[in-house]
Design a binder for this molecule. Sequence first.
Ligand code: DP6
Length: 332
Amino acid sequence: MNNIGIVRAHTNIALIKYWGKRNNKLFLPMNSSLSLTLDAFYTDTKVTLSDTYDKDSFYLDNVKQDANETEKITNFLNLFREAANIKTKAKIESYNHVPTAAGLASSASAFAALAGAMNIAAGLNLDKQTLSTFARRGSGSATRSIYGGLVEWTMGYNDVSDSSFAIPVDNADWNIGMLVIAINKQQKKLSSRIGMQQTVDTSPFYPAWVKCAKNDLTAIKKAIADKDFIAMGEITEANGMKMHGTMLGAVPPISYWEPDSVKAIQKVKDIRDMGIPCYVTMDAGPNVKVLCRQTYIEKIRDLLLTEFKPEQLISSRVGSGIIELSEAEWPN
Ligand code: DP6
C-alpha cells in the first residue's frame, strides 16, 4: 500500500469564540462558535501511507519533529486508521505558510489539512461534515477550517461526538476582509488548551460567558443573514472582549495582552471614529485582528503605519475551505 493525500487548509479567526470544553477527550465545546476563514494563512500537508514504514514520522517545514510531537500526530491518525480498519504507518510532511513576523502558526489549519490529507490517503472518502468531526479531535478550532467563508461550529449535544461539527453559514463574498496586526511572534506562554481549562475551572464569570456566547451567536447569524456589516462587527468586538474578561476572572488571572495590543485597539477605535467601519478581535495571544470591509483594508493599513511597521500589518481576503492539491503542486 502506498497511498498519498495532499491538502491545503486555511486558518480561521473566530468572531464568536470557543473557549472551553465540556468533554476534553472528544473536544466537545461548551458553546457553539463562528469564524471567518482567512486566505493569507494556510498549511499544506502531505500524508504518505506505506507498508514499508515501521512507525509514523512527521516533518514540519522540512524539520523532523521529535517523538513527543509525532505522538500527538499518531494519536490523531489512529482515529482515521480505526475508521479505515488499517494499521499502515504514515509519513507526514507539512508546510506552514504564515508571514514570519506574524507568529500565527495555527493548529486550526494544521489539523484541518492533516485530516483532509489522511482522509484521501486512507481512502475513507468522508464527507466534509464528518471530516470536521475528525479535525475537531486534533484541535477544536480546526473543525471550522474545513469550510471557507463564515463557518459555525455547532456544539452538539451530550457526549455525542458526531453531533458537534462545522456548518458553512455564508461565503462572505460581500466585501469582507481581515487585517492582522502582529504584535509579537513569540510562542504563547500559556496554550489555549490550558488557558481555557483554567478559565472553565476557576472563573466565576464562566457561566455568564456561555450564556453571552449563545446570544451573540444568534445575533451575529441574523447580522450575517441581513449582510449588516456594522452589527456583525459590533457583536464580534464585544464577544472577544467578553472572552478576555472571563479569562481575567480565572485564578490565577489570564491575560494574553501586551501594551501594543492596547495601542492597536485604541488606534482601530480612532479609525472607526473617522467613519471607517472596523472592529477588533483577539485570541490566545497579543495579536490584534481587525474585521473590516475589503475595500477599506489598504486605507486602514496606511493609517496603522503611523504606529506599526509594514511587516506587522498583514491584509487577508476571505479564504476557501480545504483544497486537494496534486503531486505537481507539491512542495510549493
Ligand atoms: C481563542 O482550538 O487552539 O482561538 O481545542 O484545545 O486545540 P484546542 O484549542 P484551540 O482554541 C482556540 C481558541 C481561540 C478561539 C477560537 O478560535 O474560537
